[in-house]
Design a protein around this ligand. Structure first.
Ligand SMILES: *Cc1c(COP(=O)(O)O)cnc(C)c1O
Length: 361
């Protein structure tokens, strides 16, 4: 069955490691002798509690999360956190947002409903092909936090340094590069990610928050948006996205078995470099993303024209690849090569690209 699987370059939901799918399959009908699937299990049962605790512990080990950070597994993916984090972190009512793409823009728009939001940088003039340098950031004094999107899924850029925020807590949307490389958690006040890019399936948002930023909640927000309540209830005020947490746990264990985040980063750099180096030397394809701002997770490029882009997508499907069509906002081609994409998948893509360039130049 696995030999019929396609190389899926989707930006999300995206590929899962085959080993994880096999493990989930093997445990589907009868999880470890419980006589039922994890899908059917009470989230209050000791069997499920063990899955939950182990997932949390594995994440803590992988990212080296210090004890003064809390881990939450919440409903609603990353987008839910756009507003939730603003509702919780806005104490003075002021926050600065670095806009490097569509998701950071959405995050800023959502926060602006609840406070005074200042755009510290906006990449629209360079069509989001550039991550700002420290000097380009206009960060105000006396703010609650600075928000960045660490990997811009649509445009294929990624921060390769941690910005200086003049003492304000740094909040990062890591949805599309979460667990793809080591991160110094202590440099962040809050990290969040939707699971379906690099760590599992949709429906789950992971939040890692420094304890001192958790304040008594506003009285006028929904209970599931209250970080303090969700921490007190260990993410289980109501039924959590139980199966998605289980799958995330399997993926985290898989990452650990691969050698952890350092090994993941090495693999990911090797994969991305193969594709990026080919694009750079090609006079057929155009890869406009600035060097130094490039993402190792999403690589966005074009052929010489729109007709050839469409032809590329069509023929790539016939060749056993899928979801290479660029985001509707930018067009072109985009290859998302998250943790679970094997090196062979990128190799296969590059060989296809060589052949396509030869046939259509
Ligand atoms: C996909 C994505 C989101 C949105 O995630 P949802 O889980 O669909 O809400 C937000 N930010 C980034 C960087 C993403 O890649």
């Amino acid at each position: 069955m696995t030999d019929k699987r396609v190389y899926n370059f989707s930006a999300g939901p995206s590929m899962l490691p085959v080993e994880v799918l096999e493990e989930a399959r093997d445990e589907m009908l009868n999880y470890k002798g419980s006589g039922m699937s994890v899908m059917e299990m009470s989230h209050r049962s000791s069997t499920y509690q063990a899955i939950f605790d182990e997932t949390k512990a594995t994440l803590k080990r992988l990212l080296n999360i210090p004890d003064n950070y809390k881990i939450l597994f919440l409903h609603g993916g990353a987008t839910q956190q756009f507003g939730t984090l603003a509702l919780n972190l806005l104490q003075k009512g002021r926050a600065d947002y670095v806009v490097t793409g569509n998701f950071s823009k959405k995050a800023a728009q959502e926060a602006a409903k609840f406070g005074d939001v200042h755009i510290a940088y906006d990449g629209k003039d360079n069509n989001y092909t550039h991550i700002p340098t420290q000097d380009e950031l206009d960060i105000r004094d006396d703010i609650d936090y600075v928000h960045i999107c660490q990997n811009n899924t649509i445009f294929g850029t990624e921060w390769n340094y941690v910005p200086d925020t003049k003492g304000a807590p740094l909040v990062a949307d890591m949805s599309s590069d979460f667990l793809s490389r080591p991160v110094d958690v202590t440099k962040y006040g809050l990290i969040y990610a939707g699971a379906q890019k690099n760590v599992g399936i949709a429906g789950l948002g992971i939040v890692i928050i420094r304890e001192d930023l958790v304040k008594p909640h506003r009285p006028d927000i929904q209970v599931l948006s209250e970080y303090d309540t969700m921490i007190k209830k260990d993410s289980m005020y109501n039924t959590p996205p139980a199966y998605a947490i289980y799958v995330a746990g399997l993926v985290m264990k898989w990452i650990e078995n691969q050698g952890g985040l350092e090994a993941m980063e090495k693999r990911n750099i090797k994969k991305a470099k193969l594709l990026q180096d080919y694009l750079d030397q090609s006079d057929f394809y155009n890869y406009p993303t600035e060097k130094g701002s490039r993402s190792n997770m999403n690589v966005a490029f074009t052929t010489p024209n729109k007709d050839l882009d469409a032809k590329f997508v069509k023929e790539s499907i016939e060749a056993g690849m899928t979801n290479l069509k660029g985001h509707r906002l930018v067009g072109g081609i985009r290859a998302s090569i998250y943790n679970a994409m094997p090196y062979e998948g990128v190799e296969y893509l590059v060989n296809f690209m060589k052949k396509f360039a030869e046939e259509n130049k």
